[in-house]
Design a protein around this ligand. Structure first.
Ligand code: SF4
Length: 348
């Protein structure tokens, strides 16, 4: 398997655009909703990477809205549409969530997706030339992407069809808004009838989860933002998970984390563990960070919140932190060979 890393090579990408990128905050839509609902308070929630744009958006809204309308920014962490600031939502008449596609529609929430304007086709061309099986050998290809690039999805499909592929796509389940969309916790859209999947998007963890969920498929990563072309290789990642499970096998006491974030709660999963293990304690929290667990002094933890906390941040925790299935393996209820990527389905 050839591993090609070209991070930092910005040629033939749209990355230069990033610096003068203009997001469409859909201010007109927000203003007309405020007007229609006679709202006197508006809450804005940005994902981490876009928080610094918040004050300027508030200024723009203030200049257009009546003087008696308050605009508030959420200072809570935000990692996805699963992670709405419900407290700010309760305190405001209109709540605007930027940067993610809706996980669940609600009258009060305006979702503003903020699509990337990076050109996806140079890296797709390289994927076609260097990594995908040519259509003469395998005409079937699955196509998935993240919410950020969803606005180009139809063009991507046509581009591949124009090169002779039959493109397989589907909308996974109700946690996903769009056909072909994947989340860090849900790859159901890749459940298609093709042995090769083209993932167009950033971040190395999405495709790893994808490769683990679909070990029988070749997952080609085409990252248009960092100009990275690669094949997803879950082996190293699996070793890290095996090591965490082994370490937790000696644990006598367990903390079972139940998330209070609106779209990350798996109550039944957490409850079942605590009911069946007298040495397990349910811990409720919103942000799951190593320092918040330290004072409990337990031997190991099971995370039923966002799976990426376990898989991406796991090594930062002092004690082993496992997914629910990894817990069952550690206590001998399941076999290590059955280890799967932890995924999250449904909404709330
Ligand atoms: S649970 Fe985690 S991976 Fe899934 S949408 Fe929320 S933040 Fe993203």
């Amino acid at each position: 398997m050839s591993q090609e890393r070209t991070e930092g090579d910005l040629r033939n990408t749209g990355l230069s655009l990033k610096h003068d990128r203009e997001w469409d905050y859909e201010l007109d839509r927000i203003i007309s909703e405020v007007d229609e609902r006679d709202a006197t308070s508006v809450g804005l929630q940005f994902p981490e990477g876009l928080k610094r744009r918040g004050p300027a958006v508030v200024n723009d809204l203030r200049s257009e809205l009546p003087d008696d309308v308050n605009v508030l920014l959420s200072g809570e962490h935000c990692y996805g549409a699963c992670d709405l600031d419900t407290d700010l939502m309760r305190r405001t008449d209109v709540f605007v969530h930027f940067g993610h596609s809706p996980m669940k529609q609600s009258e009060k929430i305006i979702y503003v997706p903020l699509f990337s304007n990076v050109d996806v086709f140079p890296i797709m061309k390289r994927a076609f030339e260097e990594k995908l099986d040519p259509p003469e050998e395998d005409e079937n290809v699955g196509l998935v992407t993240t919410a950020q690039h969803m606005n180009k999805f139809d063009e991507m499909r046509e581009w591949l069809e124009g090169r002779g592929y039959t493109v397989h796509t589907r909308r996974g389940d109700e946690r996903l808004t769009h056909e072909g969309q994947v989340l860090g916790c849900n790859y159901a859209s890749a459940d298609v009838d093709a042995d090769q999947i083209l993932y167009v998007g950033g971040g190395k963890f999405h495709p790893l989860g994808l490769a683990m969920e679909h070990p029988e498929k070749t997952v080609v990563i085409a990252d248009p933002v960092n100009n990275v072309l690669d094949l997803a290789d879950s082996e190293k990642f699996m070793k890290q998970r095996y090591a965490a499970v082994h370490k937790a096998m000696d644990a006598e006491t367990w903390g079972v984390i139940f998330s209070t974030k609106i779209g990350q709660g798996r109550w039944e999963t957490a409850q079942e563990i605590v009911e069946n293990n007298d040495d397990a304690y349910m811990i409720t929290m919103d942000e799951v960070t190593p320092d918040r667990l330290t004072n409990f002094g337990l031997d190991a933890y099971v995370n039923t919140a966002c799976p990426r906390i376990t898989t991406d941040d796991g090594p930062q925790f002092k004690q082993p932190i496992l997914t629910p299935q990894e817990y069952r393996i550690a206590v001998g209820e399941e076999s290590l060979e059955d280890l799967e990527f932890d995924t999250f389905h449904g909404t709330w």
